[in-house]
Design a protein around this ligand. Structure first.
Ligand code: DX5
Ligand code: ZN
Length: 229
C-alpha cells in the first residue's frame, strides 16, 4: 500500500447482501471502488454484532484492492492478531475502546498491518495528538458507530480541519465513516479527508445481478468529493 492523498472510495460491506459477499465484493471492485471496508461489531462496544475472524478470512481472497478492517470491539488488543492473520491491510481500532490505545497502535504495526485510529463523534481531535507518529490512518466517525444508513453529523467537519492541520506532512490518511453521499462527501474532502467509507449510498439501487448502480453511486461520490478536494 503506497501513500497518497487521492480520493479513495471504500464501500462498507455492512450494506451488501450477506448471503453473497464474494460476488458483492467482486461487483464493487469491478465498478471502481478503491478499498473494501469491513465493519466488525461486538454487541458490547456497539449495539450490533457482525463478523468474526473466520468470516473476514473467508472473504479475503475475493478482495483485490485493500481490506480495511474497522474494529468496533472492546477489549480489542487480544483480537488484533486474528484479524491480521485473516488478511487485513489496515486495522482500525477505537480510541474509546480501552485505556491503552497507544499500546493498541504499537501492537497493530508490530503485526505488519497499517494502524488506524477511530474517533467517535464526541471525542476531541486533540485526543489524537500523542498518537500521530504511530498511526497510518485516522477515521473520523460521522455517525455513532453500530449501524449503516444513519444521518451525517455536521459538527465533525471542524474536527477534520483540526486533524488535517495537526497531521501536517505526516503520511496519515483521514477517513470518514458514516452518512457519506454525493452531498456530504465534498464537505469532508474540502476539510482534508481522502478516504470515504460509504455503505448505503454505494449499494442502493443495485445487486449482484444488476451491479451498474454501484458504479454510478461510486462515481457520483468520487466526482463530488474530488471537485471539492
Ligand atoms: C457504522 C459503520 C459504517 C457504516 C457506514 O458503524 O462503521 O462503516 O456501515 O454506513 P453508511 O454509509 O450507510 O452510513
Ligand atoms: Zn466502519
Amino acid at each position: 500500500m503506497s501513500f497518497d492523498r487521492s480520493i479513495k472510495i471504500a464501500p462498507s460491506i455492512l450494506s451488501a447482501d450477506f448471503a453473497n459477499f464474494g460476488q458483492e465484493i467482486q461487483a464493487i471492485e469491478a465498478e471502481g471502488c478503491d478499498w473494501v471496508h469491513v465493519d466488525v461489531m461486538d454487541g458490547h462496544f456497539v449495539p450490533n454484532l457482525t463478523f468474526g475472524p473466520p468470516l473476514v478470512k473467508a472473504i479475503r481472497p475475493h478482495i483485490k484492492t485493500v481490506m480495511d478492517v474497522h474494529l468496533m470491539i472492546s477489549p480489542v488488543d487480544q483480537y488484533l492478531e486474528a484479524y491480521a492473520e485473516a488478511g487485513a491491510d489496515v486495522i482500525t481500532s477505537h480510541l474509546e475502546a480501552g485505556p491503552h490505545v497507544h499500546r493498541t497502535m504499537q501492537a497493530t504495526r508490530a503485526l505488519g498491518v497499517k494502524a488506524g485510529l477511530a474517533l467517535n463523534p464526541a471525542t476531541r481531535a486533540e485526543e489524537a495528538e500523542y498518537l500521530l507518529d504511530m498511526v497510518d490512518l485516522i477515521c473520523v466517525m460521522t455517525v455513532n458507530p453500530g449501524f449503516g444508513g444513519q444521518k451525517f453529523i455536521h459538527s465533525q467537519i471542524d474536527k477534520v480541519k483540526k486533524l488535517r492541520a495537526m497531521i501536517g506532512d505526516r503520511p496519515i490518511h483521514i477517513e470518514i465513516d458514516g452518512g457519506m453521499t454525493p452531498e456530504t462527501a465534498p464537505l469532508m474532502t474540502a476539510a482534508g479527508a481522502d478516504v470515504l467509507v460509504a455503505g448505503s449510498a454505494v449499494f442502493k439501487g443495485g445487486s449482484v445481478q444488476d451491479p451498474a448502480p454501484y458504479g454510478e453511486n461510486i462515481r457520483a461520490i468520487r466526482a463530488a468529493a474530488t471537485a471539492a478536494q
